[in-house]
Design a protein around this ligand. Structure first.
Ligand code: SAM
Length: 271
């Protein structure tokens, strides 16, 4: 992508943004110099970050397959979607049931400009894209486009994958998740993954925090206990909250060392 952004655009390409940095780590082209610089700083401290991004993406795919094939979920609310890539949620779900529906939400205007790729639904299903901020869950739940696409009387798969570590403590991350979950009927599911420093040597954490500070304190990783707390009151499905690569891995898959990935993930049913 050419720098800088077009005049009049809401895009600020001079600061790193999570969607574009993640796109850089996944080998995509939708990123700018500031994203690459921040991405390289993180990679210098944590050289397996690209493997981690892929492991997170594969976790998302396996959990969506589980929800459609085993839990009977046919509608998804995905917040913190990221730039379109291979195996977007509706593509994974519609391979199993073409009637599956998805509402995608992200706060990066660049995702909006690529949203066409998220709107390639099967004729039987439906997808919409909303530019909203997870920190304002009411604006997502009340959006007419969401209400036109999802039936909130029927179970929904709420996917918050690698997004909550961009919600800092003073921004009420637990309250945000509670508000979203409370809007869904019994039999819905929460899929969540979250970055952690658990298990990393102190020197690596220090360098990662320096990289984080250099990018304006983009992220707030959380410990195992802090990630568990997002699932309070819900019924975790086996194997519970685990390093993402250990969540129901494909048979024969090579499982990376958790400290090379540094992401927890879990799936839970709404009672
Ligand atoms: C690391 S990417 C994860 C993308 C995708 N969920 C996945 O796991 O492959 C994080 C995404 O969350 C989005 N994001 C960060 N803060 C957000 C916020 N406050 N509201 C909505 N989206 C946000 C970013 O724009 C980015 O697209």
């Amino acid at each position: 992508m050419t720098d800088p952004s077009p005049p009049g655009s809401k895009l600020d390409t001079t600061v790193a943004h999570p969607a574009r940095r993640y796109n850089y780590w996944l080998g995509g082209k939708d990123n700018f110099a500031a994203d690459r610089e921040s991405g390289d700083q993180v990679a210098a401290a944590f050289p397996t970050v690209r493997i981690a991004a892929r492991a997170n993406r594969e976790f998302l795919k396996r959990t969506v397959e589980f929800l459609v094939a085993e839990a009977g979920i046919r509608q998804f609310l995905d917040i913190g979607t990221g730039l379109p890539t291979a195996d977007n949620i509706h593509e994974v779900a519609q391979r199993i049931d073409p009637r599956s529906r998805a509402v995608y939400v992200d706060n990066d205007p660049l995702v909006m400009s690529h949203a066409r790729a998220l709107l390639t639904s099967s004729p039987e299903g439906r997808t919409v894209y909303l530019e909203r901020d997870i920190r304002d869950p009411g604006s997502i739940l009340d959006a007419p486009e969401l209400r036109d696409t999802l039936d909130l009387g029927q179970p929904v798969g709420l996917t918050l994958v690698a997004v909550l570590h961009f919600v800092r403590d003073h921004e009420n991350p637990y309250g945000v998740v509670r508000r979203l979950v409370d809007a869904l009927p019994s039999g819905s599911y929460l899929v969540l993954s979250h970055g952690t420093y658990d298990g990393l040597p102190a020197g690596v954490v220090e360098r990662l925090e320096q990289a984080n500070a250099a990018s304006g304190g983009l992220s707030r990783t959380r410990s195992r206990a802090e990630v568990d707390r997002f699932f309070e009151g819900l019924e975790l499905v086996e194997p519970g909250v685990v390093p993402v690569a250990e969540w129901r891995p494909a048979p024969g898959a090579e499982i990376p060392d958790p400290v090379d990935i540094c992401m927890y993930g879990g799936v839970a049913r709404v009672r």
